[in-house]
Design a protein around this ligand. Structure first.
Ligand code: 2QU
Length: 286
């Protein structure tokens, strides 16, 4: 398929400028299912930016453009800021704020000493602030919350990134049908919902799935791995709804932190707190 053909369905593509002379790619900083993320420089302002290059596939055009629209529509200190969009052939270049500290999972792997509970607390506080914004102001489920998608700036701020599998709350489904990610952060209700069933698209799970993933991310940061990470992903999928997950050595951590994780990992999504409620938890208030 050509860009002209794509442009008939999605006219925005015909108005997206070429990056030539506008953005310079400097080095690769990340790689995923989507493609590569580069460090880049915007010529006009000399600003450093992260450039996510996504190859436009016919069957994923809607989702890819949605990701760009989501980023463009967000305005919050804990969400990576949108800086522009370009098109080179069938590659969409999505430019966003560069977070010099990198992703949280590479940070906890690189440092010898584990993060302190206070550090974990402030990282999670900022992440939940970002989530509350996404859920209440943008009506969006992130659906891929994990330390790898929490970025740190050189000033130590935390920003949520990668809306590649996100869904509007009114329109659950979308890429979830084809999304086969790593399951360790998945909420039980997401695992138990048959993606082909009719109820799936009528929001049988919602923003509460991100709260579960925050609980798993809390354990991941504290222990440098999510629970069940040593178990085969397919078996983990079975175990998540059928186990009581928590910190491996709860005694090493405060009761407040343990309780924070426990409320995130309440199996019934209706009883699980919202992001706004979670911000009132003593672990967040501290
Ligand atoms: C690494 C990966 C992503 N973004 C950044 C990064 N390092 C520094 N700054 C960034 N903004 C990333 C990965 C996947 N999807 C994205 C961003 F949208």
């Amino acid at each position: 398929m050509s860009i002209q053909a794509y442009g008939k369905k999605f006219p925005i593509l015909l108005r997206t400028p070429s990056p030539r002379g506008q953005v310079e790619l400097l080095e690769t900083i990340g790689k995923g299912n989507y493609g590569y993320v580069y460090k880049g420089r915007l010529t006009a302002t000399k600003e450093i930016s992260a450039v996510k290059v996504v190859f436009l596939k016919e069957d994923e055009l809607r989702e890819t453009l949605l990701e760009m629209e989501i980023l463009r529509g967000c305005d919050h200190p804990n969400i990576t800021r949108y800086m522009g969009c370009f098109l080179k052939g069938l590659d969409l270049w999505i430019c966003m704020e560069f977070c010099g500290g990198g992703a949280l999972d590479s940070i906890y792997r690189a440092i010898r000493k584990p993060l302190t509970e206070d550090q974990i607390g402030s990282i999670l506080y900022e992440s939940v602030m970002g989530l509350d914004y996404l859920h209440t102001k943008v009506a969006l489920i992130h659906r891929d919350i994990k330390a790898g998608n929490v970025l740190l700036t050189e000033q130590g701020e935390c920003k949520l990134a990668d809306f590649g599998v996100s869904a509007k709350l009114s329109n659950v489904g979308g890429r979830a049908r084809t999304f086969i990610g790593t399951p360790y952060w998945m909420a039980p209700e997401v695992i138990m919902t048959d993606p082909e069933s009719a109820t799936h698209s009528s929001a049988s799970y919602d923003a509460k799935a991100d709260i579960w993933s925050i609980g798993i991310t809390a354990i991941e940061i504290a222990e440098k791995n999510p629970p069940l990470s040593d178990i085969h992903p397919m078996r983990a999928l079975y175990l998540i709804p059928n186990s009581d997950l928590g910190l491996a050595k709860p005694k090493n951590w405060s009761k407040t932190f343990q309780d924070f994780i426990a409320v995130c990992l309440i199996k019934d999504p209706i009883k699980r707190p919202s992001a706004a409620q979670l911000l009132q938890h003593p672990f967040m208030v501290k």
